[in-house]
Write a protein that binds this ligand. Structure first.
Ligand SMILES: NC(=O)C1=CN([C@@H]2O[C@H](COP(=O)(O)OP(=O)(O)OC[C@H]3O[C@@H](n4cnc5c(N)ncnc54)[C@H](O)[C@@H]3O)[C@@H](O)[C@H]2O)C=CC1
Ligand SMILES: O=C(O)C(=O)COP(=O)(O)O
Length: 411
């Protein structure tokens, strides 16, 4: 590896920000001297994405850009990847780790936005507003109290009781709803919320079921025909998590038979990408389904904060080496290195690498002022502070160590 490829002054490091990431990210990067920034309003895919990452040191995406192993292997200079959102399922995190690329996200900044949208949808669905609205747009006048209910006293079932699910539970209780939840982890019930004994029990008691789980192999189609059949007749389903969590054809069948009285769906198994904006779904034919184009987290407040938060994480890693809150990487929180040079060494976690690094530096007469190490089962991350005059020879030595994935010097 040629170490100089990864060791550049900030102004020469290129950041590529896709999917209309908020300008707050650009401002934060520029303030810290990262002035070489290319932005794009949409997601990229295929050859366009490969072109965009070919010489990028930082890549910023939201939920749409699919960063596969192949894309990562086409990005030899990529130093860190920022997901300016919560979900990281669109990234091949393991390959990124193996290539020495930490991935950061914004785990909290848009959660309130999703919670507010879902709360509004629960009220709209219980009143049958989507259908009444659609009929009125066509000149009809559906003034009726049939199948129209207050939220007060109804039961909300929350599947995935994490940052979003818990906030929805608290807000729903303010409306007088009873809250039951289900999670794979033990979670502290907030307010009067109650943990259901099983997903089946939750589905059987809830008037509205709302999903807030991540996309994982376990959550794939977790709401299919069998689960929909368990839901109460006349109940509603809300999904603002990931499109793969619900079997859309099964949902369409449950709506067709009027077993479910409505649904609000923000995320879809296939969402239009980049230059392919045509949306099709088996759900578009139902007046009683609220469809939104994956905008659960799309508020000004959330996007400003996400821009700042993820940019700060990229800057911190690039300028200081800290990997705190990386989702795929050994975490190290580092102090400032004023007056010293800091070297980063990412390696495969096999026995003897650290000893080898230290032996080489010692043999070259380079004094180590401070050293920090964190590992996971596959990758080790060593950060070494040396006196400034020793930095170039130290980098050259470290890059020779077998099982090195990346090494670079911070400016
Ligand atoms: N529609 C939109 O614009 C947005 C969608 N999201 C989606 O919402 C998801 C949830 O977000 P947060 O609440 O912030 O995440 P979180 O990580 O705080 O909570 C997720 C919860 O789901 C639980 N869980 C995981 N697998 C489960 C399973 N098989 N069964 C039951 N529970 C399970 C976890 O233990 C955790 O408590 C994100 O992963 C993302 O995919 C997030 C933000 C915006
Ligand atoms: O934060 C998330 O996981 C989301 O789904 C929001 O995605 P977006 O930034 O709106 O593409």
């Amino acid at each position: 590896m040629n170490p100089s490829r990864l060791s550049r002054p900030r102004s020469q490091l290129k950041a590529v920000l896709l999917e209309g990431i908020h300008p707050s990210a650009v401002e934060a990067l520029q303030r810290e001297g990262y002035t070489h920034i290319v932005t794009h309003p949409k997601a990229l895919a295929g050859a366009d994405l490969l072109d965009a990452v070919a010489d990028a040191h930082f890549l910023g995406i939201r939920s749409r850009t699919q960063v596969t192993g192949d894309v990562l292997r086409h990005a030899p200079r990529l130093t860190a990847l920022g997901c300016f959102c919560i979900g990281t399922n669109q990234v091949d995190l393991k390959t990124a780790m193996r290539l020495g690329i930490p991935v950061f996200n914004a785990p909290f900044s848009n959660t309130r936005s999703v919670a507010e949208l879902v709360l509004a949808e629960i009220i709209m669905l219980l009143r049958g507003i989507p259908e009444k609205n659609a009929i009125l747009h066509r000149g009809g006048w559906m003034k009726s109290a049939a199948d129209s209910y207050e939220a007060r006293g109804k039961t909300l079932g929350i599947v995935g009781y994490g940052h979003i699910g818990t906030q929805i539970g608290v807000l729903a209780e303010q409306l007088g709803m009873n809250v039951v939840f289900r999670d794979v982890e033990a979670r502290l019930p907030l307010g009067n919320a109650r943990e259901a004994a099983s997903l089946d029990e939750l589905l059987e008691v809830a008037d509205v079921v709302t999903l807030h789980v991540p996309e994982t192999p376990e959550t794939m189609n977790m709401i299919g025909a069998a689960q929909l059949a368990r839901m109460k007749r006349g109940s509603h389903l809300v999904n603002a998590s990931r499109g793969t969590v619900v079997d859309i054809d099964a949902l369409a069948a449950a709506l067709e038979s009027r077993h479910l009285h409505g649904a609000a769906i923000d995320v879809f198994p296939v969402e239009p990408q980049g230059n392919d904006p045509v949306f099709t779904s088996a759900l578009t034919r139902f007046d009683n389904v609220l469809l939104t184009p994956h905008i659960g987290g799309s508020t000004s407040e959330a996007q400003v904060n996400i821009g700042k938060e993820v940019a700060a994480k990229l800057i911190r890693y690039s300028s200081n080496g800290s990997t705190t809150s990386a989702v795929n990487f050994p975490e190290v929180a580092l102090p400032q290195h004023t007056g010293r040079s800091r070297l980063l060494h990412i390696h495969r976690n096999v026995p003897g690498v650290l000893a080898h690094v230290n032996e080489r530096l010692s043999a070259a007469g380079i004094n180590i002022a401070a050293q920090y190490l964190s590992t996971n089962e596959e990758v080790g991350y060593v950060v070494i502070d040396v006196d400034q005059e020793g930095s170039d020879p130290a980098l050259a030595e470290m890059c020779q160590v077998p099982d090195t994935i990346r090494c670079r010097i911070l400016y």
